[in-house]
Design a protein around this ligand. Structure first.
Ligand SMILES: [Zn+2]
Length: 426
C-alpha cells in the first residue's frame, strides 16, 4: 500500500470534566489506569478536574491541587468550562480516510478456550461528544463459562475496565454455548448500552434465560437498547473515523443454511470494521460448506456474503476466521474475496470431526492463497501443554492495533511473545 498522506492529530490537552453524581460518595483517583492501582485520593461528585490524557476506560486528570492521577471515564462528565484543543497537521491517506498517528484502534482476541471472546476499543482523543475518536468499547461474544464460573474474557477486561464501565455495544454472534454464556459476566460487571443479536429463534432455555437477563439490565437507569435481527442493526456510529457494517445475520428463514448446529452457526452476525487502510472481518461461526463438500464452491453463509455485499465488500486485512478454523468454513472463493494478511483463530482443544480445531486443511487453504499470510491462534501450544478440555484457557491472547495505517500484532503464550504460524509446512 502506498501512503500518499495521513492526517496527524496531536492532542494538546485541556478538557474540563466534573465528577458525576453516580460516583457517590466519591471517585478514587488511581496512580495508573488499572483497577488494582493504588489510590490515595477520592474526590466527590461535583468536583472539577482537567483531562490531560487517556487510556481505555480511564481519564488522566489534573486535580485542583496540581496533582494528577487516573479516574474511571464513566465517573466523569464533560464540563462547560475549559475546552479541548487540537493541533492538526493534515497529510492524506491512499484510501482518502483521515487517520491519526497516535489514535489506535485495538482488538483483543482473548483466549477463552474453545469459543470466541473479543474486546474492541476505538481510538480516544479524550474529548467527549466531538463525534470521532470517542473511545468506544465493543464486546463480541463472551466465550464459554466453565464449571467454576471463571470467564477468561471478564478476567482479562477487569484488569483495565473498572466495574460499571460503559460497554457501548455487546454483540452475540449466535446462540451457541462457546459464544454467549461468558457475556453474562460482562452484564454483571459493566453497563451495556446496546445489544445486538442475530434473532435466531433458539429453543435453548439457557439462551432464553440469557436474553431475559439482557432485557432486565439497565444503563444509566434506562433499559439496554436491543437490536434483534439484521434489519434492526442499522449503521452504528462508533466514531466517524471507523466504518462499521453488519454484513450478515440470520436471514429469517433456515432455507439453504443447513440444520441443527450448522444452521445455528449460519445464523451468525458477520461484522466488518474499517479504519483508514486497515480493516477487520469478524465471522462468528458462519460456515461455507458441508463436511462432505469440497472447498471450491461457497455455500451457506459464505455464499450469501459473496452475493451481498459481494467480494469487494468482504476484503479485510485482518480476518477473525469463522468457526474456530473448522473445515466447514473458509471456502476458496471466500478466501479469495477477503484476501487477509493476518488470520486470527480463536479455538481451544476441541475435536470437530476427526481432527482438532483449527483444521489443518483450512489453514492450508489460507497458505495456498497467500504463502506470506500470518496466522495467530489462541490455542497456541495447547497440545504441547496437554490441554484437554474445551474450556482450558491459558492466556494465549492476541492483540491487534492499528492507527489506520500501520498494523501491529502482539501475541503472548505463557507470558512470552509468540510468532505467527507460518506457511513453511505448506
Ligand atoms: Zn463456536
Amino acid at each position: 500500500m502506498v501512503v500518499t498522506s495521513i492526517r496527524l492529530v496531536a492532542w494538546i490537552a485541556v478538557q474540563a470534566f466534573v465528577v458525576r453524581e453516580s460516583a457517590h460518595p466519591c471517585a478514587k483517583v488511581r496512580q495508573r489506569p488499572a483497577t488494582n492501582a493504588s489510590s490515595k485520593v477520592c474526590i466527590a461528585p461535583g468536583v472539577q478536574v482537567t483531562g490531560i490524557g487517556v487510556a481505555p476506560f480511564w481519564r488522566h486528570v489534573r486535580l485542583a491541587n496540581g496533582k494528577s492521577g487516573w479516574l474511571p471515564k464513566q465517573a466523569l462528565a464533560a464540563s462547560g468550562a475549559g475546552g479541548a484543543s487540537l493541533t492538526t497537521t493534515t497529510i492524506t491517506t491512499a484510501g482518502g480516510v483521515a487517520a491519526a498517528e497516535d489514535m489506535w484502534l485495538t482488538v483483543h482476541i482473548v483466549d477463552v478456550g474453545q469459543g470466541d471472546g473479543i474486546w474492541i476499543h476505538t481510538a480516544d482523543d479524550g474529548i467527549p461528544g466531538n463525534g470521532r475518536f470517542e473511545g468506544r468499547n465493543i464486546v463480541i461474544d463472551g466465550g464459554p463459562n466453565d464449571a467454576d464460573g471463571r470467564t477468561a474474557l471478564l478476567d482479562y477486561m477487569r484488569s483495565q475496565a473498572p466495574d460499571d464501565a460503559i460497554i457501548d455495544a455487546l454483540i452475540i454472534t449466535h446462540p451457541h454455548d462457546d459464544h454467549y454464556p461468558g457475556a453474562d459476566a460482562i452484564l454483571s460487571h459493566y453497563q451495556v448500552r446496546e445489544y445486538y443479536d442475530p434473532g435466531y429463534p433458539s429453543t435453548s432455555s439457557r439462551y432464553r434465560a440469557f436474553r431475559q437477563r439482557v432485557a432486565h439490565e439497565t444503563v444509566d437507569g434506562q433499559p439496554i437498547t436491543q437490536h434483534i435481527g439484521l434489519a434492526t442493526f442499522g449503521h452504528p456510529d462508533w466514531g466517524s473515523e471507523v466504518d462499521v457494517r453488519f454484513l450478515y445475520a440470520y436471514p429469517g428463514s433456515p432455507a439453504g443454511l443447513g440444520s441443527d448446529n450448522t444452521l445455528v452457526n449460519n445464523a451468525s452476525i458477520v461484522l466488518r470494521i474499517a479504519y483508514g487502510s486497515q480493516s477487520f472481518l469478524f465471522m462468528g461461526d458462519a460456515e461455507g460448506k458441508g463436511r462432505d463438500q469440497g472447498p471450491a464452491a461457497a455455500h451457506y453463509a459464505e455464499e450469501r456474503l459473496l452475493a451481498n455485499p459481494g467480494p469487494g465488500g468482504l476484503h479485510a486485512t485482518v480476518l477473525k476466521v469463522a468457526h474456530h478454523g473448522s473445515e466447514t468454513s473458509s471456502t476458496i472463493p471466500f478466501i479469495n474475496a477477503v484476501d487477509p494478511q493476518v488470520v486470527i483463530v480463536s479455538s481451544g482443544r476441541r475435536k470437530y470431526g476427526p481432527r482438532y480445531l483449527p483444521d489443518t486443511s483450512t489453514l492450508h487453504r489460507y497458505c495456498t492463497h497467500n504463502p506470506a499470510i500470518r496466522i495467530y491462534r489462541t490455542d497456541e501450544n495447547d497440545a504441547a501443554e496437554h490441554h484437554t478440555r474445551n474450556t482450558d484457557a491459558d492466556g494465549d491472547d492476541i492483540v491487534v492495533r492499528t492507527n489506520g495505517v500501520a498494523l501491529l500484532v502482539e501475541a503472548h503464550s505463557a507470558g512470552l511473545p509468540f510468532n505467527p504460524t507460518t506457511c513453511s509446512w505448506n
